[in-house]
Design a protein around this ligand. Structure first.
Ligand code: GLN
Length: 502
């Protein structure tokens, strides 16, 4: 009989495991019962660890935590990890056939830190292939379904981590966000998700898609769990040359402050560009407005402001040009020799024929589109026309955002611009697919942090909105505090779907 442990907040689970009020077996068995019942259908996991192994690890973490009170802040928590982040001894497939058999030889820094604090990896989660996509449908291992409405997509590319949490198949999770991949699925499955400031979280052990844009980040069902997990993974790492030399702390306190004092003294700009934009659906606009009202009740000062419609619209082309250019270079290593199936060439094949055959066979359609466009964008003659212009736009967008963030502590805007599409609805049309990222790519282009939290039930989907903040620890803390104030006001937290599967 389920005691509902699978839906408890993570901080509560840690506390109760350590003081013995929750039995390790009960917690792990409940989560695995859900996985075995739901995941064939939802497809959140690509690789799952055995339950016995996980039970043993959770036991060990709990024992350690009892020995050293105050340490092991994640003791025993079941963590879902996106399949482009290395966990030693488990496969890292990136949801691609190219890496079907690739087993990671080391832990990503983020994974190492989460484990150090007692977090236990349950498995590796489904995603868009090489994190290229916004719906979870480009995976070579099948599309992930949204547990709130299985006819709809959950959002991508961190689709599996989102669905694992939203369906109670893990308690917290790691995703990665190049242009919205944490925030979009969070916004469509009722979760809290953070795209950290660029450089705040180590990318060591993350399979690169577009280095200048992406960060690993936490996902959770409430803002306190998000802060707990983030504190574990954030901070300087000598193994990542883009890592900021800071030692951040105080996120949990920021959440407590939001709970206790609301948002007094915080000034937030409501970005009207998105409220007027034809690409943003009416129910999303209504949701953002409603959040603004709730925040005002929590003493946040909310004022309308503008980024400029042109800049908003240039975000997508600038992002996709830069992301594809970087992707074409990053994915060159998957040639069947250095990475890939490592099968010998046919006797009649030249090396070039071999590489192209392997790449043709093992990459999916979306990855091919991007590698080809990316190479073209960088080629002599076109580089100045596309890549360099995109970099200039990136600078303009960044300057405009920073100017607004000079006046305001944070910006309020949509995360997803529509409700989640139905499976198959946008996947054949790249432009429709890319348009889903309208509101998320600007934070990546500017390197600033962005947090998504659930805001409103719309057609059975717990729809989230986004706040964007100043780069750095203090700016991120504002986001946590505002999200906590909103959580207190809305009560939207710890949402777990109970999909009926026939
Ligand atoms: N949808 C965007 C893309 O496909 C973002 C993906 C991501 O953040 N990894 O590039």
């Amino acid at each position: 009989m389920s005691k509902g442990l699978y839906r408890l907040p993570g901080y509560k689970i840690v506390e109760e495991l350590v003081n013995g009020n929750i039995a390790v077996e009960d917690y792990v068995h409940e989560v695995y019962e859900r996985i075995s019942r739901l995941d064939n259908y939802l497809k959140a996991y690509i690789t799952l660890r055995s339950m016995d192994e996980v039970v043993r690890d959770v036991h060990r973490a709990v024992v350690e935590a009892r020995r050293s009170p105050g340490k092991y802040k994640l003791a025993g928590l079941l963590v879902a990890v996106k399949d482009n982040i290395h966990v030693q001894g488990l496969r890292t497939t990136c949801a691609s056939l190219m890496l079907e058999k690739y087993v990671a030889v080391y832990d990503a820094t983020t994974v190492e830190r989460v484990r150090r604090d007692g977090g236990i990896v349950v498995g590796k989660t489904n995603m868009d292939e090489f994190a290229m996509g916004s719906t979870g449908e480009t995976s070579a291992y099948g599309a992930t379904r949204n547990p709130w409405n299985p006819e709809r997509v959950p959002g991508g590319s961190s689709s599996g981590t989102a669905v694992a949490l939203a369906a109670g198949m893990a308690t917290v999770g790691l995703g990665s966000d190049t242009g919205g991949s944490i925030r979009l699925p969070a916004a469509w499955t009722g979760l809290y998700g953070l795209k950290p400031t660029y450089g705040m979280v180590s990318r060591y052990g993350l399979v690169a898609y577009a280095d200048s844009l992406e960060q690993i980040g936490p996902m959770a069902r409430n803002i306190m769990d998000l802060a707990l997990l983030y504190e574990s993974m954030v901070g300087f790492d000598p193994r990542d040359s883009t890592s900021l030399n800071v030692d951040p702390s105080g996120y949990v306190e920021a959440v407590e402050q939001g709970y206790n004092e609301g948002g007094k003294g915080i000034r937030v700009a409501l970005l009207e560009d998105f409220l007027e934009h034809p690409g943003v659906s009416a129910n999303v606009k209504k949701t953002v407005t409603k959040v603004a009202e709730r925040l005002s009740r929590q003493d946040v000062i909310v004022e309308p402001a503008r980024l400029g419609k042109d800049l908003v619209d240039y975000g997508l082309p600038a992002y996709y040009v830069i992301a594809m250019a970087e992707a074409s270079s990053n994915l060159a290593r998957y040639d069947g020799v250095r990475y890939g199936p490592k099968e010998p060439p046919k006797p009649w094949e030249s090396w070039n024929e071999y590489y192209s055959r392997i790449r043709a066979e093992k990459f999916g359609r979306e990855v091919k589109i991007r590698v080809m466009l990316g190479s073209w964008i960088l080629s002599a003659g076109y580089r100045d026309q596309y890549y360099v212009r995109a970099l200039r736009l990136r600078r303009l967008i960044r300057n405009a955002l920073l100017a607004l963030l000079n006046k305001y502590d944070a910006l309020l805007l949509p995360a997803a611009v529509t409700l989640p599409p139905r499976l198959g609805e946008v996947i054949d049309d790249p432009l429709k697919l890319y348009a889903l990222d309208l509101a998320t790519v600007i934070a990546n282009l500017a390197g600033v942090p962005a947090l998504v939290f659930p805001a409103e039930w719309v057609e059975g989907i717990p729809l989230g909105v986004q706040i964007v903040g100043r780069a750095g620890v203090e700016g991120e803390k504002v986001l946590f505090r505002v999200a906590a104030a909103h959580e207190a006001e809305s009560g939207l937290r710890d949402l777990v779907a109970e999909p009926s599967i026939s």
